[in-house]
Write a protein that binds this ligand. Sequence first.
Ligand SMILES: Cc1ncc(COP(=O)(O)O)c(C=O)c1O
Length: 401
Amino acid sequence: MIPITRPSMGEAEAEAARRAIMSGWISQGPEVAAFEREFAEAVGALHACAVSNCTTALHLALLACGVGPGDEVITVSHSYIATANAIRYCGATPIFVDIEPDGFNIDATQIESALTTRTRAILCVHQIGMPCDLATIVEIAHRRNIPVIEDAACAIGGEILWRGSWERIGKPHGDVACFSFHPRKVISTGDGGMITTANAQWDATFRLLRQHGMSVPDTVRHGANRVIFESYGQLGYNYRMTDIQAAVGREQLKRLPQIVAARRALAERYRSLLASIPGLELPREPGWARSNWQSFCVRLPDGCDQRAVMQTMLDEGVSTRRGIMCSHREPAYSDQPLRSSLARSEFAQDRSIILPLYPEMTAAEQDLVQAALAQACLLQEPATSAESSFQQRCDEVAERQ
Ligand SMILES: Cc1ncc(COP(=O)(O)O)c(C=O)c1O
């Protein structure tokens, strides 16, 4: 069976976990502090704050930007549901904007028309590791004094051409960036997250809120030679990362350049292997972006049934995942407003599949994926052009909205 992904871990990570366990300090402590310093250095950020996962990172980032009840946050529906959920945790409303015609990221040209006097932030996503059009988004937002939060859950190791030089995602180029270390991501700590910013005050807020709003951290009280009573000045959360996770993360971070290089080479090889499948659309990398290829997502030829293709491939021993979901189609979002057409998002969800990709993947495994996909597409009855046309799907969606 070829899995969709496989965390790239070994003895070094196992030894690091052991080191933390044997140290006697296993909750948020010195390993977390070291991971934060090393992460900040790796992405070129002034501050990095480790948290329990990217969902909690997004929640804290939105709170630091002042997002609250009655506010609106511009984002995409076409993302993992955690993106929109984090906005709702603040009591705010996600305002969904459609994606680009030929990619999986927000269509920056549609942001202006979604802005209202209630817009409190823009939450853009570097979907499946491909940097979104930050230059346009930041320009629109900063002209109106609106902060930009980057959902960089999948984007560690990705790069963007910024004012003439290549920079890592996470500097951040907006105001805050949030990362995930879930096992489907490029580096993992089991679960885990990181928030980067250049704003020292926001960084202090993240540190306070991730630990119950505690005035004096337990690490400080533990090392003090006099008794200290902490206080809780505001409502906080338990969004901490443990030292065991951070120790593993530090080892993963050391291997990030090799991991990204391997993923990029595999993506390049997929590109030439899959070019022979008629009608299959391969992912596009704009000239100003370097993806970490957290996922390799292809659009199926017209007339191919997504589920049937996935089932045929599974029967051949190749695991795939459906294209990126749309939050607005989930029952949990049935009461949320829709202000514009999300036809491209829906089309992308229904017509794309994610192929296996992990650094240790062999050429033989990639060849098997190609063969299984080619066969699955061949087995599909071509639909009539009227049934499959994108325009017809747009009209259907517009009618429903
Ligand atoms: C775009 C995006 N945002 C947020 C998340 C949530 O990350 P986590 O699982 O670390 O909370 C994910 C996870 O898959 C994601 O893909």
